[in-house]
Design a protein around this ligand. Sequence first.
Ligand SMILES: *Cc1c(COP(=O)(O)O)cnc(C)c1O
Length: 451
Amino acid sequence: MEDSERVLRRDKAVRAAVEQGLLGPDAPIVGLLDVTGIRGSAAALHRAFEAVAAPGTRMLHAFAVKANPLVPVVRLLAGEGIGAEVASAGELALARAAGVPVERTVFDAPAKTEAELREALALGVAVNADNPQELRRIDALTGSAETRSPLGIRVNPQIGAGSIGATSTATATSKFGVGLRDEGAREWVVRAFAERPWLTRLHAHIGSQGISLSLLARGVAETYALAEEINARIGRRQIDTLDIGGGLSVNLASEATEPTYAQYARLLAEAVPGLFDGRYGLVTEFGRSLLARHGTVVARVEYAKSSGGRRIAVTHAGVQVAARTVYVPGAWPLRIAGYDDKGRPKEGPAVVQDVAGPACFSGDLLAEGRALPALEQGDHAAALDTGAYYFGTHYSYNSLARPGVYGFAPDGAGGVAFAVVREPQTVAEIVADSGGAHADALTTLGAPGSR
Ligand SMILES: *Cc1c(COP(=O)(O)O)cnc(C)c1O
């Protein structure tokens, strides 16, 4: 029901984007965001965890900003009661620009600089230390100044990988957190807490896309068990909050929402009942599952051609908006929907074709050998489920411009209203971002009189 309504909203938005000229010969690619859908996912997340947690359980759902680092998106979510998980000075600044309160912001990153840590502690943002050296830096900083920041340690339960190596973070040799099964590591974590009464959180993020619900739940169970052990050994409830990360996969093969937040929350409640009995505050950090479904890249077919007997639709969406899919197509396939020149769903018999991007390398394909109604010049190809980790995360290969991003919602009169989320990048901006102000920097370097 919700899934089919989402498809109807998307079809209507593509049509309206063409009619309203957001998409056309001079704007051959856009990113569209379904505001209704984003709100719906935020509400589903709240409902799922409220349904299993004891009344009054402290809960913060923080959006993993890297999944869609656009200020209006983060603000929309903030308005729906969602905080921010940030992993760089840039993401922290975006969250602040979006108005996310510091007490609803969590700073996790594997390579936090001393300056970044100092800023986070001065603001009072929650910080999870990744490793012993980082904890010593925090020691030095908190030793010299008071902070309101809740502080924790990120651990890696080392329970293994999901189906995609690059997004599995709980492998034996993952670069994230303190590997609990390494010799002496568990003892080190217990001592780290015992020696620092101000350390009150334990954090684990098991991975992202391709991690099964049961693997996610095992990771949470191990984290919970460690917190219980630490509190028992210290003799008081020093760890008062568990940050269980994000990582719920999105079914990229069809429109069906599966797994759901409700399924995950129920599984956690079965597998780790103590998690929800109110003794621990909870933090989650979902990214993909909040946004992926609600974004669509729509690109014009500039040319339709054939080569070696293969039909090829040459579009404006390729590696710049879908780097993962283009470089690792086996792990990150995208569904493609065809629309005609007026933005109506493309009908007709399915024909095997490549949907190619604009970049100058032959692997720049959104889809290879895909059976779709034949895409013709002036039609549109839509890359579905690209609201997380795709068009928000531009890759400037071939100096291809960042496409404009528009949010859409019903206009109250049966039509579709759009709002600019990010302006399309101009050619002048590309030059400026590419050292345009320093054109002579290298030719005059070291020349007499240049110092
Ligand atoms: C990327 C990341 C997330 C979000 O993962 P999703 O799969 O998008 O839900 C959460 N926490 C941390 C620490 C991350 O690195």
